[in-house]
Design a protein around this ligand. Structure first.
Ligand code: PAF
Length: 286
């Protein structure tokens, strides 16, 4: 099993000792997670293990990225199984702090990325990204690594983190790892655990809409508004409640009126009481 550290001085010390052992060429990879780990997280650990000399995983359900009405209390906590998955897929050290360790009672500082956080998830979860960027910057300071790995599943999140790293000159390289899907197309998410069998079947519409929209764009469809309307109708007819279906510039997330070379299709919808997100990038040949 990987060694587990609960306090900030302990993990800092462990990183310092390992850095000394690895020498100046050694590469430390870091995968921040909220636990409830699945094969998608394992893909992040594998990517980190393939490129780095030491892989550190953090497991911390971050309260500041949940709004009061969201699922913080019922968010799955599965530490034993998480540690086994860490072991199986190449994590060397695990940082598992308490909420008090990360947010002591006198805590008063937050990190806010503007612009790119205003749309999509930011519009539907107005305090979410402030919580994400705050905890990710804190984790980068607690676990000073060379590379940090994030899933493409949270497409806007990885762009927001890239923006923060660039704007605040944080010395870490961000690596984005492709979304892991079940064979029937459902993107893996810790929240899939909440879905009933029927909701899970209905949720397949999300990857189907992304695939069919991508195919139509590749075939030269120009009418973005028509594609969006059709996608929203399909999602609704499958029994999900869409928050958004958007076709945007893959780097800026600006909504498009006509196709451009590098696009991203982003969708969020409610299946019963579970909110799901998914996305797909589309690159048109010049
Ligand atoms: O993607 C996640 O699991 C979380 O948003 C992260 C990056 C670990 C921050 O809490």
């Amino acid at each position: 099993m990987p060694t587990v550290f609960n306090s900030i001085p302990e993990i800092r010390n462990a990183l310092k000792t390992n850095r000394e052992k690895l020498g100046p060429e050694g590469i430390i990879g870091f995968v921040p997670t909220m636990g409830a780990l699945h094969r998608g997280h394992a893909a992040l650990f594998e990517a980190a293990a393939a490129e780095c000399d030491l892989v550190v995983v953090s497991i911390f359900v971050n309260p500041t990225q949940f709004a009061p009405h969201e699922d913080l209390d019922k968010y799955p906590r599965t530490l034993e199984a998480d540690l086994e998955l860490c072991e199986q897929f190449g994590a060397d050290l695990v940082f598992h702090p308490s909420a008090l360790e990360v947010y002591p009672p006198d805590f008063q500082s937050y990190v806010e990325v503007e612009g790119i956080t205003n749309s999509l998830e930011g519009e539907h979860r107005p305090t979410h990204f402030r919580g994400v960027t705050t905890v990710v910057l804190k984790l980068f300071n607690m676990v000073p690594a060379d590379r940090a790995y994030f899933g493409q599943k949270d497409y806007q999140q990885q762009l927001v983190i890239r923006r923060m790293v660039k704007d605040l000159n944080i010395p870490v390289e961000i690596v984005t790892v492709p979304t892991w899907r079940d064979p029937d197309g459902l993107a893996l998410s810790s929240r899939n655990k909440y879905l009933s069998t029927d909701e899970r079947t209905r949720a397949l519409v999300l990857s189907q809409v992304l695939n069919s929209t991508s195919a139509q764009l590749q075939q030269g469809e120009q009418d973005i508004q028509k594609l969006i309307t059709e996608g929203l109708v399909q999602i609704t007819e499958a029994g999900l409640k869409p928050d958004y279906f958007s076709i945007a510039d893959a780097e800026t997330l600006e909504k498009l009126c006509e196709p451009c070379q590098k696009m991203v299709l982003l969708v969020a919808a409610q299946a019963g009481t579970t909110r799901l997100i998914d996305n797909m990038t589309v690159e048109l040949s010049e």
